[in-house]
Design a protein. Structure first.
Length: 291
């Protein structure tokens, strides 16, 4: 049996090159504030992979995505073990676009801090009088450059994203910057509207895109998971303060309240975190996680 080693490791994911395609494995690692925590969260990788699969299927009419299969029978024998069950996705190879596509439908987190300071988020002027966690009149696109592990991503404006992509794709920077912005807004609107019917507010999220051999933009990486998004319950939603969440905001809040913990979570926080992930999965997909 041929053995494989990751060709790239991110904060949470491992990428394996199997020739014509890639296999993306979502591990049970968890990160916050751009740091990988010392704990693992059992089943978390399966939640990320299976939730991405759900959204990729749901949005394939909006934009093509990189998913080929999540069935281990379609993968080399090396990946047909419990370590890879449910948390692995066979994907098309792409040339990745070096911009993270962040979309905000509600004002919270770093966006709220920025708005309090000068009434803008990433240079975008917003209406006066917004409260924390208010819904924005329209979703806003606030891209960032993707940092290496240990570094912080840098927020940029749309014009700067054109410059970044012009360097990567000479003569096509504005084309690709516009494409990924428009896809980001369209994906968010479709999925946020659906999520509301399932009792979940998608406050914000990020997407990543690549370019295929024909120069077409393809949705890649993960999609609308608790790692890449803020999910709030519709029930009890009330602007003016922080909201309870289904995502890793629970972990962020614990770390902020316990700076002495050295990124080591107690078991109680780990258990509550995976319970939130599984609850979000069930609400959004209508099924129990099968992993």
């Amino acid at each position: 049996m041929q053995e494989f080693k990751p060709v790239k490791e991110g904060k949470v994911r491992e990428i394996y090159d199997i020739g014509e395609n890639l296999i993306m494995v979502a591990t049970d690692r968890i990160s916050a504030f751009d740091v990988i925590l010392k704990n693992k969260v059992t089943k978390k990788g399966a939640v990320l992979t299976q939730m991405s699969r759900f959204w990729f299927d749901y949005t394939k009419d909006v934009v093509t995505n990189h998913m080929v299969s999540v069935d281990s029978a379609d993968m080399p024998e090396f990946f047909r073990t419990p370590d890879f069950a449910g948390n692995s996705m066979l994907c098309k190879k792409l040339r990745m676009i070096p911009v993270e596509c962040i979309v905000r439908g509600y004002i919270t987190g770093s966006g709220w801090k920025s708005y309090q300071a000068d009434g803008t988020v990433c240079g975008i002027k917003l209406p006066e009088g917004l409260k924390e966690c208010d819904k924005l009149p329209e979703p806003i696109y606030t891209p960032s450059t993707k940092a290496e592990i240990g570094d912080h991503d840098e927020n940029i404006d749309f014009e700067r994203s054109i410059e970044v992509l012009e360097k990567e794709f000479p003569g096509h920077g504005e084309y690709y910057a516009t494409k990924i912005r428009d896809y980001t807004i369209a994906l968010y609107k479709k999925c946020a509207d659906y999520a509301l019917t399932r009792g979940i507010i998608i406050a914000d999220t990020k997407f990543e895109f690549g370019v295929d051999e024909n120069g077409e933009v393809v949705l890649a990486d993960e999609m609308l998971t608790p790692d890449s998004s803020r999910f709030w319950p519709v029930e009890g939603y009330e602007p003016g303060h922080d909201q309870p969440s289904f995502d890793k905001q629970f972990v962020r809040n614990y770390l902020k309240a316990h700076p002495e913990c050295d990124y080591n979570l107690p078991q109680e926080v780990i258990d509550k975190t995976i319970d939130k992930y599984l609850e979000a999965y069930k609400l959004l997909t209508g099924t129990e996680l099968n992993a």
